[in-house]
Write a protein that binds this ligand. Structure first.
Ligand SMILES: Nc1ncnc2c1ncn2[C@@H]1O[C@H](COP(=O)(O)OP(=O)(O)O)[C@@H](O)[C@H]1O
Ligand SMILES: [Mg+2]
Length: 379
């Protein structure tokens, strides 16, 4: 699909963010390759850039941890340009530790709700920790779905916020042994919001299953793998399911056990995704039986599918951040991933410990050196 190119980051300013005391960078339109040893701040730089997309750490770190040791507050400012029109957007985020106060601006104005500022840029980050989406606990996979769908599916974020609030209330009542009428009062809202979440997840998986399989096949150089939605309520795998009816029926069925356990036992907070091998090992779960390389291939394929989701939902290519991912892949997989990335028309900003890992954009990206939170253009 031909989408206009990504927004490009032209300027990034960091103050007291992680190991960056003061950093002022001007980026070239194609992007940059940032090379430096372990602990120099490569992932911190990627984390800062992606913070301007979701206003939290992609590594799941608390905001407090992002403030430089001994510092009081961090500031991030990014200036992004639409290369087609020259139009610019400025996104900033600041967080003050003592008051635990976060302020976000888009073009100088504070949005009414943080949610209104999410996903302004359109970014995908590829990181070695992505393998946890495939190999880790179900919570990792739900977090992936929640981020992708909050940014790209209308109504998802609102439903998710409502669902989480309702789930907390309902669980508290169940724990306290409240009368059934009080619990039922929350069940309706749980079912409403839960059904929206389940429907969007089922739809997303159905729409992207083929793309996932073909990316996996191409990068892995082996038979395709399969992506499945595994809802906690059986019979709601397909996007045509009666999600609300099925969730309500399951909660009715589990009512007795919920009172015993003091916990809501069905709903999207217990959903999962499945990654299944094809070919001779058809149906075996990559989480349990995949090699490290196969799991990483599935994780990278998922990120490529996320890039496609952004293109479809927002009508432009994403900016691509690659955090030290080629060290993890064998040479064949790296080469085939590179070929796929050459088809991504956007800006690419990548990090690596050594220059030999950098063949992205045919090795043509300007090279910068990073050491102890300082970045300079390489000679
Ligand atoms: N809040 C912080 N303040 C100062 N330094 C930090 C903070 N958080 C992490 N660091 C430092 O950042 C470095 C790790 O940076 P990172 O970007 O993960 O390295 P890499 O280049 O290997 O990706 C470590 O030296 C760590 O001490
Ligand atoms: Mg790193």
């Amino acid at each position: 699909m031909n989408a206009p190119p990504s927004l490009v980051c032209r300027e990034l300013r960091l103050r007291q963010f992680r190991n960056f005391a003061e950093l002022d960078l001007l980026f070239p339109r194609p992007g940059a390759a940032v090379i430096g040893p372990n602990g120099s701040g490569k992932t911190n730089l990627i984390e800062a850039l992606y913070y301007l997309e979701i206003f939290r750490s992609f590594r799941g770190a608390a905001d407090d941890q992002l403030v430089r040791f001994e510092g009081e507050a961090f500031h991030i400012r990014g200036r992004f340009e639409d290369p087609a029109t020259g139009r610019e957007v400025e996104v900033t985020a600041a967080y003050e530790k003592r008051r635990r106060k976060k302020v976000v601006t888009v073009d100088g104005a504070e949005p009414e709700r943080l949610g209104d500022a999410l996903g302004r840029i359109g970014v995908v980050v590829f990181s070695p920790s992505d393998v946890a989406i495939v190999a880790g606990a179900p919570g990792e996979r739900r977090r992936f779905l929640d981020i992708v769908l909050s940014l790209n599916a209308r109504g998802y974020l609102g439903a998710l916020q409502r669902y989480r609030h309702t789930l907390r209330q309902r669980n508290a009542l169940l724990r306290a042994g409240a009368p059934a009428a009080q619990i039922d009062a929350w069940t309706a809202s749980l079912v409403d919001s839960g059904a929206v979440i389940m429907a969007e997840r089922a739809r997303w998986v159905a729409e992207h299953r083929a793309a996932f399989a073909s990316r996996y096949e191409r990068i892995g150089g082996e038979v395709a793998a399969r992506l499945d939605y595994r809802p906690s309520v059986s019979g709601t795998e397909s996007p045509e399911s009666d999600f609300a009816g099925a969730l309500q029926a399951e909660l009715d069925r589990l009512a007795g056990r919920e009172r015993e356990r003091g916990l809501t036992l069905a709903g999207p907070h217990r959903d999962d995704l499945g990654f299944l091998r094809g070919g001779e090992e058809e149906g075996r779960d990559l989480r349990d039986f995949g090699s490290g390389g196969q799991q990483r291939t599935a994780a990278v394929s998922l990120r490529l599918v996320e890039a496609e989701t952004i293109r479809a939902a927002r009508g432009r290519a994403p900016l691509i951040l690659l955090d030290d991912i080629f060290a993890e892949l064998d040479p064949g997989r790296s080469r085939r991933l590179l070929e796929l990335l050459e088809e991504e028309p956007g800006q690419a900003i990548l990090t690596a410990p050594k220059a030999s890992d950098l063949e992205v954009r045919h090795g043509a990206l300007p090279r910068w050196r990073i050491a102890s939170g300082q970045i300079v253009a390489a000679a």
